[in-house]
Design a protein around this ligand. Sequence first.
Ligand code: PHB
Length: 390
Amino acid sequence: MRKTFLKALGSACTLSLLLSGAALADHTVKVGVIAPFSGPFAIWGKQFKDGVEVYVAQNGETAGGHTVEFIYKDSGGPNPSGAKSLAQELIIQDQVDYLGGLVFTPNALAVAPLIDEAQIPTVIFNAATSSIVMESEYFVRTSFSLWQVSEPMAQWAWDQGIRSVVVSVTDYGPGNDAQVAFGSAFEELGGTVLDAIKMPLQTTDFAPFMQRIKDQNPDALFAFLPAGPPTFAFVKSYNENGLPDAGIKFLGTGETDETNLQALGDAALGLTTAYHYSAAHDSDLNRAFTAKLEEMSPGSVANLASVGAYDGAHVLYEMIGAVGSDRTKAVDVVRGMEWESPRGPVSLDPVTRHITQNVYIRRVARDENGVLINEEFETIPDVPDLGLMQ
Ligand code: PHB
């Protein structure tokens, strides 16, 4: 009797083990991606999705035996309350275990309390104000921060003999970081910031700002605007208002974003930026990335968004592969993780959970086919988020 009971118990256990094994193996882990898919910044959502899909095509649909399902939600542009509602919907209704995406700083800040409470590891594919990652231990960032790229730009400008600048930034988190990072580094070196202009996020007419810059006759202008229609209009305005002819050099970060670059035409030639990724980065991995992107989505160009999402998918796969939906331990799995990205060698800082990476000084040039590219000509290796080191 006892023997039969034990045998029955044994097979019941085996069955339940088998079942749980099967359930584990078949378990689909869901990742919610919040990004603009409509409105003036809709290109960001497409670039994120393309980046994730290239990663999935190269690495398969499973991580550690778990099928990974990406669910995309349209946040439009900077929209903190909308982003928060979408995160709520993804967590409660769609039952996602992880989140990703987030272009705009205010949107990322708005989801921080939610991911903290629900313990949802969230990989930021873009939002680039330094302090965001301090708002929740569940944030990991695979993009860049304005501080990370603006401080090296100040050093490079000084080394070129530039001694006076006007700083002109969009008036919100990343713009403020760019202004303080560039301005303080440049002044510490001995340079002069003649003026710091804060431009409203909604601005579409940059002519008055260009006049104000021109009137002060600086050696250079240093700018930050969110990539998309604002950067495009700003660079056009810089040219149309005669700043290059007045000898005012253009220094920036993402203003020569690849998705707008060809449309800028010759006006973009010579613009100098400090950034973490160029579609023209010279590596086999980047060539494989851009070729796959072109194959899967003809005409699509790689930019900061697609590489942020591609590397974001990699981090999500590492977490899911190690812990599946037992997500409370997921962030610890990737602290200190190192890998090669299409942008170059990168790692995740074990404390800040922000990506450490090379910063490249680039100049817009034409390649051998006449295509405008961000040509990297100087590398500052292994730069952490300098804003979090203050
Ligand atoms: C941000 O809101 O953090 C942001 C948006 C667009 C960029 C960079 C930063 O190009």
